[in-house]
Design a protein around this ligand. Structure first.
Ligand SMILES: [Zn+2]
Length: 192
């Protein structure tokens, strides 16, 4: 189960709506040793045209490598930021360094689908199944397509664990605060 604060859910949706019809992506970090998303990282979808020709060329080469022949197209159309997201590698590294320095990990990695349902695509599954991926990550997908179905907090939002190509959907519990929602052993009142 993913437990997540309502304000973070709203921030994911706000980001997704701002980027629509491009896919939005980001992470929510939390303290190591807990499954508590707290610190929001809005990331850039590097597949989105930036106007910087050199950066776009780098990104396209990277995209061709990640997607390969099988996933280069979606519904007969060449993949772009409308149907695909990828990290800006430098930005992703910077965020990771910040998390490492704060003893945090990316509890949630989110992205949006702007045309399709909030379910991992084969590309999402392949990317999440890479050897460098932490199996603890909660992959949140939201959909901003016109016929989106309100599922969680009025939004088309779902959460998945993706390990070795296997997708497992999990329940999403939206809370106002983690203070009273916490069920770990350290929940015992401190009498000191
Ligand atoms: Zn996706």
């Amino acid at each position: 189960m993913l437990q997540i604060r309502a304000d973070l859910v709203e921030e994911i949706m706000a980001h997704a709506r701002e980027e629509h019809p491009h896919e939005a992506c980001g992470m929510i970090a939390g303290p190591e040793g807990a499954e508590r998303p707290e610190r929001f990282f809005r990331m850039r979808n590097a597949a989105k045209p930036s106007g910087d020709a050199a950066a776009e060329e780098r990104e396209q080469a990277h995209r061709a490598l990640v997607l390969g022949e099988a996933h280069a197209e979606y519904e007969g159309e060449r993949r772009s930021s409308l149907t695909y997201y990828t990290w800006d590698v430098k930005e992703r590294l910077r965020a990771q360094r910040e998390m490492d320095a704060a003893d945090e990990w990316p509890v949630v990695i989110y992205h949006s689908h702007t045309r399709s349902p909030a379910y991992p695509s084969q590309v999402d599954i392949d990317v999440a199944s890479g050897p460098a991926n932490d199996p603890r990550i909660h992959y949140v997908i939201v959909s901003t397509r016109p016929d989106a179905e309100p599922r969680v907090h009025g939004h088309d939002l779902r959460s998945f664990r993706i390990v070795d190509g296997v997708v497992t959907e999990e329940e999403v519990d939206v809370v106002e605060t983690y203070m009273f929602a916490h069920t770990g052993a350290d929940d015992v009142p401190d009498l000191g």
